[in-house]
Design a protein around this ligand. Structure first.
Ligand code: KG4
Ligand code: ZN
Length: 350
């Protein structure tokens, strides 16, 4: 029985882990080894199919995953120069994300793990974003501060060990990526909003007055809803008085406000906890302004910054494999009744 396999399973020193990710509009598969060398990292996206709707349509995403999942897995196995027999464990994103989309990856991973008779590793997408840092720097060891900036989460996290986190602060309402996407809409930019706001901001100046961001007693919490409303009000006021909105200036001012707050909070956390290493994860970590600003600030303060390359910040399966390796070593395996979950707590491994 499969259940007995994982009960008595002895973990390998250097396992080959195949990971599958399908939480939103990207279908991805990756293979890493026990030293976190990325042997394959394949991705297919239904992004263009969602543009005319202004955001991800869950049904379209799910359907696209169904046709893409076996293709990305096959591509990953071939480009890694492996066969399915070489796979020691199958890791899969079980949450958080779009339920229908997640279910495609989870069902596929279950069948594959069962057919290959290898353990199935359930991975939290959020933890995956944080674990991308271990791929970027193989010498990285906790403790450190991690800044999570994605479409669903915004948090400053104290990483005590690979599996033990403390959330120092998070958003009280919208996530930073969500705010980028909403402001993009106000500025009549196409989905996906974040990269388009960044592009427009390059031609603008930070001259639009926007509210200060940090909220809460600890000084590590954020509120993006207020910032978004301030942008909307600013744009509407000018439009109603017949004036012309300088969209590039709005984009530049919003981008600075949205990003400076978590960056400054992370720097404060490093000081408060006497730590010298900062990692960043999540789609918004692909933002050029954030990357330049962090690089400069960390250089000035002699802080070690682990900034994963952009394709490892946005959704990918290599980061799921990276967290999968941690869970493999912790023998955190699932049985075949594993289910997808739309929401997963930030500090919850599983
Ligand atoms: O981490 P991610 O790929 O998916 C989630 O787990 O949420 O993050 C997606 C978010 C979107 O809101 C997208 O607009 C934002 O990341 N994003 C960016 C950039 N690239 C992606 N935001 C700002 N600048 C970017 N270059
Ligand atoms: Zn993500």
């Amino acid at each position: 029985m499969y259940k007995d396999l994982i009960k008595g399973f002895s973990v390998k020193e250097n396992p080959t882990i195949l990971a599958i990710e399908s939480s939103c509009d990207e279908t991805a598969a990756a293979i890493i080894d026990g030293e976190r060398n990325i042997l394959a990292n394949e991705i297919m996206s239904s992004c263009r199919e969602h543009v005319r709707f202004g955001g991800v349509v869950p049904e379209i995403a799910s359907r696209a995953h169904v046709t893409a999942v076996s293709q990305v897995v096959e591509k990953a196995v071939i480009s890694a120069g492996k066969t399915l027999k070489d796979i020691d464990a199958v890791a899969v994103t079980y949450g958080a994300g779009l339920l229908g989309a997640l279910l495609v990856g989870v069902s596929y991973a279950k069948s594959l793990a069962y057919a290959l008779n290898v353990p199935l590793i359930p991975v939290s997408h959020i933890r995956g974003h944080l674990a991308a840092a271990y791929l970027a720097d193989k010498t990285l060891k906790p403790p450190f501060i991690s800044l999570l900036l994605s479409g669903g989460h915004t948090a400053v996290i104290l990483v005590k060990s690979e599996s033990d986190f403390k959330i120092l602060g998070e958003t009280l309402d919208d996530a930073v990526g969500e705010a980028f996407d909403k402001v993009a809409r106000v500025l009549s930019l196409e989905y996906p909003g974040g990269p388009n706001v960044e592009r427009l901001a390059k031609d603008g100046k930070d001259v639009v007055p926007l509210p200060k961001m940090l909220k809460g007693e600890g000084g590590y919490d954020f509120s993006y809803s207020g910032l978004k409303t301030a942008v909307i009000n600013y744009v509407h006021k000018i439009e109603q008085s017949g004036g012309e909105v300088n969209r590039a200036d709005v984009a530049a001012s919003f981008q600075r406000a949205a990003i400076d707050a978590p960056v400054n909070a992370a720097l404060k956390a490093l000081e408060q906890y006497g730590l010298n290493t900062l990692t960043v994860g999540g789609g918004v970590a692909a933002n050029g302004y954030l990357r330049d600003s962090l690089t400069e600030k960390c250089r000035d303060k002699s802080i070690k910054l682990v900034l994963p390359p952009k394709p490892l910040c946005t959704d990918n399966a290599a980061m799921i494999a990276s967290e999968g390796l941690i869970r493999y070593r912790a023998r955190d395996f699932a049985t075949l009744d594993l289910n997808a979950k739309a929401r997963v707590d930030l500090d919850f491994v599983r």
